[in-house]
Design a protein around this ligand. Sequence first.
Ligand code: FAD
Ligand code: NAP
Length: 307
Amino acid sequence: MFRFPDLPINVVKPKEPVEAKIVESKICTLESSPNFIRHIVIDVSGTPLVGQFKAGQSIGVVAPGVDADGKPHKVRLYSVSSPSGGEGGNPNLVTTTVKRVVDENWETQELFTGVCSNYLCSKKAGDTLMISGPSGKRFILPENKEECNYVFFATGTGIAPFRAFLLDLFNSGFKGQVALCFGTPYRTDLLYHKWLTELAEKHENFHYFTAISREGRRADGTKTYVQHLVLDHKDVLEPILAADNTLMYICGLEGMEAGIYSNLASMGLYDYMKPGKNILDKPNTEWTWSDFKENVKPSDRTMVEVY
Ligand code: FAD
Ligand code: NAP
């Protein structure tokens, strides 16, 4: 039922990156936020990458300079947030959604700024950079995308591929059901929120739900995470998830995956997961949260990119 295309990867290899140009770089959080996240438009014209990046794939970026061991920096991957035909239908333009990684080393109390995310977010229109790709073969839409339904789970910049998927779906008149569950720390951190809200208003078959983790608490005192939306919006999500032609996609922080399986299992929706051999001797109704975390893997109907 689900047929996936065999997309070309590494048309440009990370060891031989090509020069591309930044066309635009703008903050894409809902309001000013302590998290700096940018929608970055890159022009790949004149390179073998024209028209190559498809929704769900990633761009390789190589920051200049060397790491602590004196070796050239390794390539970092950034998900494509533009549709498969290129941003605005222009195959020369590919976009991504990048968060500046800023951290404090708890032991030394030194400020740590991630190498590549800060390199990329400091680039301005007209600047050049070295890129490779595409990367990724599995986290993509099926060939027969119009015959399926979708439930997407994103945390933070994990929204990037879903912007691309939604553009691919609705640019080609998608009539099935698609739901997006999006989690961020604060309301200010919601990415592409205005566009997503308008898309949901325009298309009855698109359902957009958000989980804001650090504002308010659930009745049991815990934070609201994306996996809770399965329960909070059961009326909408359960029928979509129960359909045979639905695919589930998860992108962002690793922690959400087990929580999603666990909540789906509580609704009897086991088709999205595969038990590891360590728990096959237990009835699935007795699986614990740690079973989901350690022994349950995605099934063929679940696409996962978490870190
Ligand atoms: P690095 O310099 O690589 O540091 C990474 C982490 O190491 C830091 O967060 C920090 O916690 C820790 N660290 C290392 N050294 C120290 C130190 N001395 N002190 C304290 N902490 C330290 N990111 C996005 O923003 N958008 C995307 O669309 C996106 N898509 C991705 C797609 C894929 C398939 C993958 C695998 C990753 C994706 N990422 C994305 C993550 C991205 O590739 C990078 O990992 C991220 O930007 C961090 O890279 P960096 O070079 O800025 O940080
Ligand atoms: P962020 O803005 O910090 O948002 C993450 C949200 O997830 C927060 O609300 C956080 O809540 C919540 N969260 C924390 N633990 C969770 C759990 N166990 N279950 C569910 N939700 C949980 O996110 P970010 O900094 O952008 O990080 C996104 C991650 O995705 C990065 O690691 C990035 O590398 C990765 N990424 C991967 C891809 C890809 O593979 N294609 C693409 C883009 C991004 P609290 O912090 O309040 O607890």
